[in-house]
Design a protein around this ligand. Structure first.
Ligand SMILES: [Zn+2]
Length: 89
């Protein structure tokens, strides 16, 4: 029983909100000087200025007045590449 299942994700992290034990799916990072908050798909590196959030808390997040919230979390992996390809003959 000491062996971990091979299917387990390499890094399983939990939501940083107190009392929430949901698995983290979003990484929040921020820049105080630029008053900007970014939401990214869960990032691997454990930067001290980043916090992991679950889907629910990430989608409910709001920022203080004067701050900019930039969501880079894509639904269905749609990116700029898809938009460009759509108009190709
Ligand atoms: Zn949460």
């Amino acid at each position: 029983v000491s062996r971990l299942p091979a299917t387990l994700p390499r890094m399983l992290r939990q939501c940083a909100r107190p009392g929430c034990s949901a698995p983290a799916t979003i990484t929040l990072s921020y820049d105080y000087a630029g008053r900007t908050v970014w939401l990214d798909p869960l990032l691997d590196d454990d930067h001290p200025a980043r916090h992991d959030l679950c889907d629910r808390h990430g989608s409910r997040l709001s920022v203080p007045n004067g701050w900019l919230l930039e969501r880079r979390v894509g639904r269905g992996d749609r990116g700029i590449g898809d938009l460009v390809d759509t108009h190709r003959p």
